[in-house]
Design a protein around this ligand. Structure first.
Ligand code: SF4
Length: 221
C-alpha cells in the first residue's frame, strides 16, 4: 500500500528526541486555524511513494547517520493513512528504531476509530490533539499548543528523559535546490520571517491590539 508523502528529512533533532528520520504525511482534513503546514492539507498534493521507496530512503539515511534513533510521523495527518503507515512502522520497529507520531486527533478519538488501532500499536510516543492558536506555547518540548498531550505508549521513552525538559527549537535548513525549510517548533517571529502570509496575519493582529489600546477620542464641547 503506497503512502502519500509531503516531505522527508533524513536526519533532524527538531522533531522528537534524538536524531530522527521524519516523514511528513500528505493530507489532513482537520484544518486547524494557523496550522503551519496548510500546503499539506490536500490529500491530492505531495507524491505517492511505495513503502519500499520510503524504506530505501530510510536505509540510506541510516547508513549516513548510524546514530539515527527513530522515525517521526508528522503532517498532514498520519492517521488519515493509518493502514499503510502501520505496516511501514512495524518494519521500522522490527529494525530497532522507535516511532513517534504527531496527530491532530486525540488519543480518545483514535481509540474509537477501527482503522487507527494497527498504527497506534506501532507508535511508541504520540503527541495528540488539534493545534489551537489561542493555546500556542513555545515552552513545552515537542508541543505546539497547551491542549496537546504527550502519550508514552510503550517504554521506548521515559518521561524522565532529560531531553523532554529541554526548550523547543527549530532548524532552518536549505535543500539541494536552494529551498529554505523551517523544521521543528519555531518562535512566531522566525515562522513569520519565512512565511509571508503568517507575517501579514501577525501584523494585522498587532494593529488590532494597538487599536484596542488607543484611548477613546474625546468629544468636543
Ligand atoms: S492536525 Fe496538524 S496538520 Fe492538520 S490542520 Fe491541524 S495542525 Fe495542521
Amino acid at each position: 500500500m503506497d503512502v502519500r508523502v509531503g516531505s522527508v528529512i533524513d536526519a533532524t533533532e527538531a522533531e522528537g528526541p534524538g536524531l530522527r528520520f521524519v516523514l511528513w504525511v500528505q493530507g489532513c482534513s482537520l484544518a486547524c486555524p494557523d496550522c503551519c503546514n496548510p500546503h499539506m492539507w490536500s490529500a491530492r498534493g505531495g507524491e505517492s511513494w511505495s513503502q519500499e521507496q520510503i524504506w530505501e530512503r530510510l536505509e540510506r539515511a541510516r547508513a549516513r547517520h548510524p546514530e539515527l534513533e527513530g522515525l517521526t510521523l508528522v503532517g498532514g495527518e498520519p492517521f488519515e493513512q493509518a493502514p499503510a503507515l502501520a505496516a511501514f512502522c512495524a518494519r521500522v520497529r522490527a529494525a530497532g528504531l522507535n516511532v513517534m507520531a504527531f496527530s491532530g486527533y486525540t488519543l480518545a478519538e483514535l481509540a474509537e476509530r477501527p482503522d487507527a488501532g494497527a498504527l497506534l500499536a506501532e507508535v511508541d510516543l504520540l503527541v495528540d490533539g488539534r493545534y489551537q492558536r489561542e493555546e500556542h506555547t513555545s515552552e513545552r518540548r515537542f508541543v505546539g499548543s497547551t491542549n496537546q498531550v504527550m502519550h508514552f505508549l510503550t517504554d521506548a521513552f521515559s518521561p524522565e528523559d532529560p531531553r523532554f525538559q529541554e526548550p523547543n527549537h527549530a532548524e532552518i535548513r536549505m535543500n539541494h535546490l536552494g529551498e529554505v525549510q523551517v523544521v521543528g517548533f519555531p518562535f512566531e517571529k522566525v515562522r513569520a520571517a519565512f512565511d509571508p502570509a503568517y507575517q501579514a496575519k501577525l501584523r494585522q493582529e498587532e494593529k488590532r491590539q494597538q487599536g484596542k489600546r488607543l484611548p477613546a477620542a474625546e468629544g468636543s464641547s
